[in-house]
Design a protein around this ligand. Sequence first.
Ligand code: BMA
Length: 387
Amino acid sequence: MGYFCLNLFYKPAILKKIITVSLMLAFCVFISPAKAQTADKSATPLTKKLFKNLKDALSRGILFGHQDDLAYGVGWKYEEGRSDVKEVTGEYPGIYGWELSGLEDNDSLNIDGVPFSKMIQYIRQGYERGGVITASWHLDNPVTGKNAWDTTHGGVAACLPGGTQHTKYKAWLDNVAKFSQSLKGANGELIPVLFRPFHELTGNWFWWTKNTNTPEEFKALWRFTFDYLSKEKKVHNFIYVYNTANFSNQAQFLERYPGDEYVDMVSFDAYQYGDPLKDNRFVNEVSRQLNILDTIAKAHNKIPALGETGYEAIPYAQWWTKTLWKTIAEHPLSYVLLWRNYGKQENGNWHYYVPFKGQVSEKDFKEFHSMERVFFEKKTKQLNLYR
Ligand code: BMA
């Protein structure tokens, strides 16, 4: 050993190499943050890449998303290539939201009339533009057969192993699995999806929200869903997004959190109500919640996102820069997704969340679009999220 050490002093090149390697090792062990992995350890290579790249992209900017963007907008439906976002800004969003309700009953259309066959094509188009795909699921109440908003209690327990609706629930998951496995790119590769089931779980308006079940029941349902899809059905293109509605503190956000090994992303939904010129509630409340989300995401090594947001019919012309941007600008967020542009509802109310040409907030939306840290199609593509 003595000879070896002595010899090294006469060979500066070897010594330099040893010092460099030791420093690199020390960096890996002590300095770099714990490596984040997908909850599904068998996720496809592409899904793992997307997860890692979304995490890295947090320091770069926020992806802008829109629900049903390619399917319809205000005053049009199923016109190839159209998008209200594109008509105003010149480009598509960075992330596309789609809704799976209807799959559970083998319907050919989803709850909002979007044919699943078209949805598959739109998902492929968005992915091929380098965009990200996310899916929500307003699944029916398994006990009553009524829709997701039927808050008859007992649905969560009924879906669990041994529960009265367990077999039915598994059949619903089979359909979700089949759908996810039909999402393929040009070379037959599975398209990764940010799957956001049981959303707004701290609310009181769905059969799975907190008013209808205990935290233990909810966690069991989430874990069963994850295990069944990933292990039994071999769905390996899902990134799992935990999503709440309103919450006041970390404890409330995490009350029904199923555990780090079942979740990839943490998020919440928050909408603007009332007049932002008269009260600052949205800015104050959502900023406060984003601070909590930042802390949780860091502590649990997860990716934070604003799952859904918007101001219905956007009556305030500067909502984009003076309210939304003001609220989110300082936060590390993966994406922010605006809800759907349905148009005029049967009751006469307008239901849309991004401007179309001529809408009062069009100019301000363009300004928001030009922000350096806001990523629509082009900047998202440059992130090379699938490489
Ligand atoms: C809601 C509304 C409904 C729609 C549902 C599922 O927020 O937009 O009209 O059916 O989402 O997409």
